[in-house]
Ligand binder design. Structure first.
Ligand SMILES: [Zn+2]
Length: 168
C-alpha cells in the first residue's frame, strides 16, 4: 500500500478507537496522530536515503524494506507497548492499532509481503504477490484493484473528517 492509503487507514482506525480510549485529545490532533501511526512502520524508508548515499538510487531502490526487521510486527508491538506503558496510554494504543493495521494492509495488497512471525520465522505472508523491482513496483501497483481500494479509503477518510468538522 502507498502512504496515502496507510495515512487514511490510520485516520479511520483513530476514529474507530476514539470512543474506547480514555484521555483522547482534540479530534483533529487524534486523527492526525492516527494517520501518522498508520504510516509509522514506513519510517524505515529513510534507510533508502542512506543506501542511496552509499550505493546510488538505482541500487538502493532494489532493496525491499518489507524484508527488514524494522518492518516486522513484533518490533512495532514492542514500541507501542513501551509508549503505552511509559509515555501515553492513548497514543500507545493508537500506535499499536495503527501499526498492526499497516501490516495488515501491506499483507492484503499486492506486494512482497510481511514477515508476520519474525524473528521466529522469516516466512513471508503475501496472498497477492507483486514482485516488481524498485520504482516499477509503484507503476505496477497503480494498475491493481488494490489501488482503487486505497483511493476509496482515502476518500472515505476525507469525507468523514469533512463531515465531522462541519458538524462541530
Ligand atoms: Zn509498509
Amino acid at each position: 500500500m502507498l502512504p496515502l492509503g496507510h495515512f487514511a487507514t490510520g485516520v479511520l482506525v483513530a476514529e474507530a478507537l476514539r470512543r474506547y480510549v480514555k484521555r483522547v485529545p482534540d479530534p483533529r490532533t487524534w486523527w492526525l496522530a492516527g494517520g501518522l501511526c498508520g504510516l509509522a512502520p514506513d519510517i524505515d524508508c529513510i534507510g533508502y536515503l542512506i543506501l542511496a548515499l552509499r550505493e546510488g538510487w538505482r541500487k538502493a531502490v532494489l532493496y525491499d524494506h518489507h524484508s527488514w526487521p524494522t518492518h516486522a510486527p513484533i518490533v512495532w508491538i514492542c514500541v507501542s507497548l513501551a509508549v503505552l506503558l511509559y509515555l501515553h496510554q492513548s497514543y500507545g494504543t493508537l500506535l499499536l492499532a495503527g501499526s498492526l493495521t499497516h501490516f495488515l494492509c501491506d499483507t492484503l495488497t499486492p506486494s512482497t509481503g510481511i514477515m508476520w512471525l519474525w524473528p521466529v520465522s522469516t516466512t513471508v505472508i503475501r496472498p497477492f504477490s507483486l514482485l516488481s523491482p524498485g520504482f516499477q513496483w509503484v507503476i505496477d501497483y497503480l494498475h491493481t484493484p488494490a489501488f482503487l481500494v486505497e483511493i476509496g479509503l482515502a476518500a472515505l477518510a476525507a469525507v468523514f473528517i469533512y463531515r465531522a468538522l462541519r458538524s462541530r
